[in-house]
Design a protein around this ligand. Sequence first.
Ligand SMILES: Nc1nc2c(c(=O)[nH]1)N[C@H]1C(S)=C(S)[C@@H](COP(=O)(O)O)O[C@H]1N2
Ligand SMILES: [Mo]
Length: 176
Amino acid sequence: MPLPARQPLSAAAFAIFLSLFPAIAPACAADMAPPQGEVVLSVTGAIGCTNDGAAARLDRALLESLPQRTFRTTTIWTDGVQEFTGVALADLLRSLDASGKTVIARAINDYQIDIPVDEVSEEAPIIAYRMNGAPMSIRDKGPLWIVYPFDDNPRFQSEVAYARSVWQLAQIEVTD
Ligand SMILES: Nc1nc2c(c(=O)[nH]1)N[C@H]1C(S)=C(S)[C@@H](COP(=O)(O)O)O[C@H]1N2
Ligand SMILES: [Mo]
């Protein structure tokens, strides 16, 4: 009896095969467009999606094209309840196909702090790009501010969460 002709691998089987080897899976679902406007956030390190050498450089439009989250909370730095809008750090990491265990968040003033990826949830923190609907100036802790829904969870009312609440965020490095 003749051997059956070799079948090409089905797309589904190929996807399963790739999922077993994340390192050789397609780097990025879609080509990442280069920034058209001023770059507000650079992401480097263990990411699969880049648009400038080994970095992903995002302008406001690219950031705002990611899933958007809004919540209201007080902060220890502001008066009264504020409405923050931005992208969840988890969504940013996923959209850039990040694979490291630690996020190093750096501010314009070179302040930096480690955020363990396993302490990043779907909701918190977010990288806020708007406060009360308006872009934040550098003077107002913008243009990007890592914020937690502080009022929602006592865990976020802690020195650890405050130290991770980087304002004037400019750069993120994903490392192991
Ligand atoms: N850009 C920037 N963000 C920052 C800091 C900083 O120095 N620069 N300090 C962090 C630390 S360690 C804490 S505890 C809080 C401190 O805020 P405070 O100095 O207003 O008390 O902000 C965090 N975010
Ligand atoms: Mo701190």
